[in-house]
Design a binder for this molecule. Sequence first.
Ligand SMILES: NC(=O)c1ccc[n+]([C@@H]2O[C@H](COP(=O)([O-])OP(=O)(O)OC[C@H]3O[C@@H](n4cnc5c(N)ncnc54)[C@H](O)[C@@H]3O)[C@@H](O)[C@H]2O)c1
Length: 319
Amino acid sequence: MNVLVTGGAGFIGSHVAEAFLAEGARVTVIDDLSNGCQAQVPRGAAFARLGVETAEAAALVKGGGFDLVAHLAGQVEVRRSFEDPRRDATVNVLGTINLLQAMAPGSRMIFMSTVAVYGDADQRPTTEEAPCRPLSPYGIGKLAAERYVEALARSRGLSATIFRCSNVFGARQNPHGDGGAVAIFTRRLIAGLRPQVFGDGLHLRDYVHVGDVARAFLLAARLRSGGLFNLGLGQGTTTLDILGWIRAAVGPAAPVPEHVAERPGDVRASVLSSERFERAAGWKPRRDLRALIPDVVRWYQAEADAPPSPGAPGRPGAP
Ligand SMILES: NC(=O)c1ccc[n+]([C@@H]2O[C@H](COP(=O)([O-])OP(=O)(O)OC[C@H]3O[C@@H](n4cnc5c(N)ncnc54)[C@H](O)[C@@H]3O)[C@@H](O)[C@H]2O)c1
């Protein structure tokens, strides 16, 4: 299989690229390195530094003969989507359209969308049928991009899978991204700094390990047809619980958290049901977060101990 991974120098994209390489696929990564770094592009993948919204990216897709485009490149900061909604839409909406228009009929896109499209959902765990009421330009842009993926896939003879993904955690996470709590807490604790908890710390989030998300991409690539699927565990974990497990893994000297004012617009709880994908593809994400956290913390400890390389975080083998 010939696979293009957009955003493959970033957190989730680098794991997805690695997973396809491990399956024997030919992998090309494009990334503009605005938030990722080239050292994270897995060995064995071809790399081009390109913005997904550019004519050069479209030309690469047109001439590349790709069977699959795993589209993860994106503007990922909710806060930045408010400050510069035009840039957010240029990358997340127009960039997606640009790729779709360049793809060959019969090829497939797996588009990485987000739990943010639901906004403050009434139904929990939230299923794919729940109404979408995004609260940020980031969520609005992702929802618009989803609709373009569906419409252009239909009109151009493409196959399309859309993943609405909850909070991902694991090695190589960028602290500025969508849902980077585990990376932020871990890096601060390792540096001996007090982690900041917004409000009472009882917000519920659905944390899914990046290895399970990468596996979902492999499974989706094997399905006969596409579809719209949530990716999450269907279980909510409070900020205080996840922080407690990270502190336990860091060790007894880990600083105590500091409670700061709640962030306006933060939803109280978000939990996704991924029963649809589990049934369709046999996806079995690992649910014992407490057991997964120590390995992830060890990766960040190794990153902190690694000698700095230009523009790149340390890159020990990832859990
Ligand atoms: N991290 C999460 O919890 C989470 C949850 C749901 C959805 N997502 C989505 O998953 C995808 C990957 O997120 P991530 O957490 O790995 O973030 P990330 O920032 O680590 O990865 C995104 C990558 O896209 C690249 N990029 C940004 N703009 C680009 C452009 N115009 N052209 C080409 N490359 C560009 C960045 O340099 C970066 O390497 C994003 O689409 C994000 O919206 C992430």
